[in-house]
Design a protein around this ligand. Structure first.
Ligand SMILES: Cc1cc2nc3c(=O)[nH]c(=O)nc-3n(C[C@H](O)[C@H](O)[C@H](O)COP(=O)(O)OP(=O)(O)OC[C@H]3O[C@@H](n4cnc5c(N)ncnc54)[C@H](O)[C@@H]3O)c2cc1C
Length: 486
């Protein structure tokens, strides 16, 4: 029971919108006084709070779900807008709070803000404590024997495996004591996070359940179903063999430790390959964040600085065709349309569309990164630029630039029956399987029978892949890297 004389604590929620496995919440409850549960919308900071328009939709629903969960425990979420460096000390003063708790974030601007706030609060004699819970391993805690950070995944994974022990689970508290404070929050609806005219997020509603309950449901369904066969089938976009946990992780609605514990508990009951492969993917997320931690400008600066010399060919027209899914390459178009309608895209297809933008169109990876940031529900400050740099060949442990995906062959390999393309490019649905990824090779009679008119119902390819590949390899020489001569 809270003791009336105890000062309140502030629990500052950020990308940890959950009650289970929340170390900062646990500390606030243990502090014993009433708790002010706060979410601050930080305007102007693209890395904190909602990144893009799609994520604004998610954020709205996730905050609403968190508020409901808090109310069920006797508390509520106070939502406010402002620069937390000023807002937090002001709230402390208004409420005579004695402590502020939060879970750490790892992006550059976020870390700077937090360090400043901690110093200000400590100066005022206020307890300010940060905890970890967004990643499996704190970036400062995993280093090579020489004390450097890892830039190659396999040794990172080995070091991780050798040292990681998931912490004990922290169940959500039964009650979260509240008090009466003179603190006006803002109505969530007034933030205008949901699109209205037009409501382009209508398709999201039936596909996603933002919030902690939704995260738990997704994890449960994955463990009961798609995890079996994950190692072998995760690359096939027409199937559902991945967890779809990424937006929940991006908003911290589930802790990676909780996922780890659940998957580990199944290890003896199933083929080892599936949980091990899945665990390695979760650790890629950590690797991306560790990379960001040590390279705060990951979204703008090539990790391999030789790529600073690369001569990109900006083309608004081609960029638009790519964004709209009108490139004339079916698997690329299917992916870009899936992204627009659902806020996500299968990982294999993300690699294909990214390769297409960078290597077939020679458009700077940063333009693709920005589009993904605006349209992906799982976009985060680390995984998105990390993976774009990885595909471009300038990132950490990256695929070499000269390995250029052929979008037609990729489609035929990973979507052999064309299920994925038929779902997202219905105008091609009646083409036979052997032509679904190459309508440009179909004879006029075949196209006619399938109801396809190139350059009318479906675009002709905006580039010739073979020529584009040669141009990309020639452009690569400007970076003076070793390029195979073949
Ligand atoms: C160009 C490009 C951009 C990407 N942008 C993002 C992004 O902004 N946010 C994001 O979470 N993922 C990003 N990814 C990685 C990956 O595509 C998604 O994590 C995955 O598709 C999410 O689906 P899932 O949860 O069903 O994945 P699962 O296969 O079920 O994987 C489980 C979890 O592992 C993590 N994970 C898997 N692959 C990767 C990876 N390559 N890098 C980092 N973490 C990974 C994710 O947290 C994911 O939820 C990107 C990949 C590419 C090629």
């Amino acid at each position: 029971m809270p003791q009336p004389q105890q000062p309140p604590s502030i629990l500052w929620f950020r990308r940890d919108l959950r009650l289970a496995d929340n170390v900062a919440l646990d500390r606030a409850v243990k502090a014993g006084g009433p708790i002010i549960c706060l979410y601050v919308r930080e305007p102007g900071d693209p890395l904190a709070g909602a990144n893009g328009a799609a994520q604004a939709w998610w954020l709205h629903h996730s905050l609403a779900a968190l508020d409901t969960a808090l109310r069920a425990r006797g508390n509520r979420l106070v939502t406010m807008t402002g620069d937390p460096r000023h807002l937090l000390p002001w709230i402390v003063e208004q409420t005579a709070a004695g402590a502020v708790f939060w879970n750490r974030r790892y992006d550059g601007p976020g870390r700077e803000t937090d360090t400043e706030i901690k110093a200000t609060l400590k100066e005022k004699g206020v307890r300010a404590e940060s905890a970890s819970g967004f990643l499996l391993h704190d970036p400062m805690a995993l280093k090579t024997q020489q004390g450097r950070h890892y830039s190659v995944y396999t040794p990172f994974w080995k070091a991780f495996e050798a040292t990681y022990q998931p912490p004990a689970a922290l169940p959500p508290p039964d009650a979260i004591p509240s008090g009466t404070f003179d603190l006006d929050g803002e109505a969530l609806d007034a933030w205008g996070l949901l699109p209205t005219k037009p409501n382009w997020a209508a398709g999201f509603e039936s596909l996603w359940q933002p919030g902690e309950d939704g995260a738990r449901t997704s994890l449960g369904a994955f463990l009961r179903g798609a995890l079996g066969g994950y190692a072998e089938r995760r690359d096939f976009p027409g199937e559902t063999h991945t967890s779809r946990l990424s937006p929940h992780l991006a908003f911290g609605e589930i802790s990676p430790h909780a996922i780890w514990r659940s998957v580990s508990s199944l290890k003896d009951k199933m083929d080892q390959d599936d949980p091990t492969r899945f665990a390695k993917e979760i650790v890629w997320r950590d690797f991306a964040w560790h990379t960001l931690f040590h390279n705060p400008r990951l979204d703008s600066v090539n990790l391999d600085r030789r790529f600073d010399r690369f001569e990109w060919r900006p083309s608004e027209k081609d960029l638009l065709a790519w964004q709209r899914g009108e490139t004339g390459y079916p698997v690329v178009d299917a992916g870009m349309r899936e992204l627009w309608h659902t806020g996500t895209m299968h990982n294999r297809v993300r690699m294909i569309v990214a390769s297409f933008l960078i290597k077939d169109l020679l458009i700077d990876w940063r333009a693709g990164e920005r589009w993904f940031r605006d349209t992906l529900l799982d976009a985060d400050a680390a995984s998105n630029p990390f993976n774009w740099q990885w595909v471009a060949g300038c990132g950490a442990d990256a695929a070499p630039f000269f390995r250029i995906f052929n979008p037609t062959l990729q489609g035929e390999k990973f979507d052999a029956k064309g299920d994925y393309v038929r779902r997202w490019c219905p105008e091609l649905a009646r083409l036979p399987n052997e032509l679904i990824h190459r309508p440009f090779d179909a004879k006029p009679g075949v196209l006619e029978r399938a109801g396809v008119r190139l350059a009318d119902t479906y675009p002709r390819p905006i580039v010739d892949h073979a020529k584009a590949r040669d141009a990309a390899l020639a452009a690569l020489k400007t970076t003076r890297q070793d390029v195979p001569e073949d």
